[in-house]
Design a protein around this ligand. Structure first.
Ligand SMILES: Nc1ncnc2c1ncn2[C@@H]1O[C@H](COP(=O)(O)OP(=O)(O)O)[C@@H](O)[C@H]1O
Ligand SMILES: [Mg+2]
Length: 387
């Protein structure tokens, strides 16, 4: 690939958090010329990369300036203005995934409409803008219901479980006006399907992983997922159908519920490298970050087979005491086989600061060791007791 002289960068990444940072590690291996658009110079990826433009992707001038230097633009978050992307795309800027795919992924209602259109099973749902809408939905589907902000939610922040009509007003008080309401799903497990696609059509899929969520935040990834082959196939087919319907390039992650009856229901989508794909860095032949770049640049995709019988990734969050996991790095590195990733972010309680992956032969053993190293980094008092 030889970028035109006027576009020195083959690829521009919109966003400069840890996802961009780990994508850059893959760009280094392949010597791909990549630039990033960072909101702040202190962002995780901006700290470690020379080719940084500072600006907001919602600022037309900043986005145009960035686009002029990059043959293709891709994303590491959804904090963008789909109308602006659409306008720039009609002028010839190449977004991968395209603007119409981003317009779907920024809005949980649009994701649900798409799944309905493609016949992908999901929870019963309805758009809502008022408490009356929620009550009307609950009359048909029963309480409790789950009310979500249509846009901008992540890590459970825009999600409210509403048990009764009485608690509705309080639950909705700090949500925006544009909502959706869903039937409460009896969840036996949560799983994530990550695939990569290139514009010419090739698709590769990683094995399904189980994701353990605490308070709406993913804390642990486990391979193998323990799910039946039939369910794995359904997840792969649904994710592929979505990617093809929207011409997604690069990574698509589809988070799903497995119900207590064993049914697979789509929860939500992301069209970018995803937290539930971090295990692929060491745990599979090609990482999600490398295949994201390959897909976005329409290069042949890498294989996705696991490199060990069991892989576990545990996320590292800022401890409540405000202390810094970096101060405990040496002790965590002493855990055999712990592959530690720290994102270079200032520690704040609850903030996602890194992750630990362990590979091995037995699911319980890799989980124990990944958790131990993460607990040491998070200053969890139980950590030393396990040693
Ligand atoms: N309809 C539902 N029924 C039961 N639990 C749900 C439902 N929707 C979401 N949840 C729980 O809330 C978590 C966060 O919801 P999600 O829609 O994924 O929001 P976010 O965008 O913040 O990740 C899910 O991982 C799941 O544990
Ligand atoms: Mg989620």
């Amino acid at each position: 690939m030889s970028p035109r002289a006027s576009t020195p960068f083959a690829c521009g990444i919109i966003g400069a958090g840890q996802l961009a940072r780990m994508t850059l590690q893959a760009a280094i291996d392949l010597d791909l010329p990549v630039a990033i658009l960072a909101a702040h110079p202190a962002d995780s990826a901006a700290r470690v990369w020379p080719h940084v433009e500072i600006g907001s992707p919602k600022d037309e001038t900043a986005l145009r300036r960035f686009a002029e230097r990059c043959a293709v633009l891709t994303f590491e978050h959804e904090l963008v203005d789909p109308d602006l992307l659409d306008r720039l795309e009609s002028e010839g800027v190449r977004f991968r995934p395209p603007a119409r795919a981003i317009a779907v992924v920024v809005d949980k209602r649009a994701q649900r409409r798409l799944a309905d259109r493609l016949g992908i099973p999901q929870p019963a749902w309805s758009p809502a803008t008022s408490p009356e809408d929620v009550v009307a939905f609950a009359r048909r589907h029963g309480w409790p219901t789950v009310v979500k902000a249509a846009r901008g939610g992540y890590d459970g922040r825009g999600v409210r479980l509403v048990a009764t009509p009485d608690s509705l007003a309080t639950a909705l008080s700090d949500l925006p006006a544009e909502l959706l309401v869903e039937a409460f799903v009896p969840i036996a497990a949560e799983v994530s399907q990550v695939i990569a696609r290139r514009p010419s059509g090739e698709v590769v899929a990683w094995p399904l992983v189980e994701t353990v969520q605490r308070d709406g935040v993913c804390t642990v990834l486990r391979y193998p997922s323990g799910m039946p082959a039939e369910l794995e196939r359904a997840a792969r087919e649904a994710a592929t159908a979505i990617a093809e319907a929207l011409d997604v390039a690069g990574i698509l992650a589809m988070e799903c519920f497995v119900t207590t009856d064993g049914a697979l229901l789509m929860n939500e989508l992301a069209f970018r490298p995803h937290n539930t794909g971090h295990w692929t860095i060491e745990g599979t032949v090609t990482s999600q970050f490398e295949n994201h770049l390959r897909g976005v640049l329409d290069l042949p995709l890498g294989r996705t087979e696991p490199t060990a019988p069991a892989v576990c990734t545990v996320n590292v969050f800022g401890p409540a005491d405000g202390s810094d996991p970096r101060d405990r790095l040496a002790r965590a590195l002493a855990v055999p086989g712990a592959r530690i990733h720290l994102y270079g972010k200032e520690p704040r309680p609850g903030r996602k600061l890194g992750h630990v992956t362990v590979l091995g032969d037995r699911p319980d053993e890799v989980r124990k060791r990944a958790q131990l190293a993460a607990d040491i980094l998070m200053a969890n008092s139980t950590a030393e007791a396990h040693r």
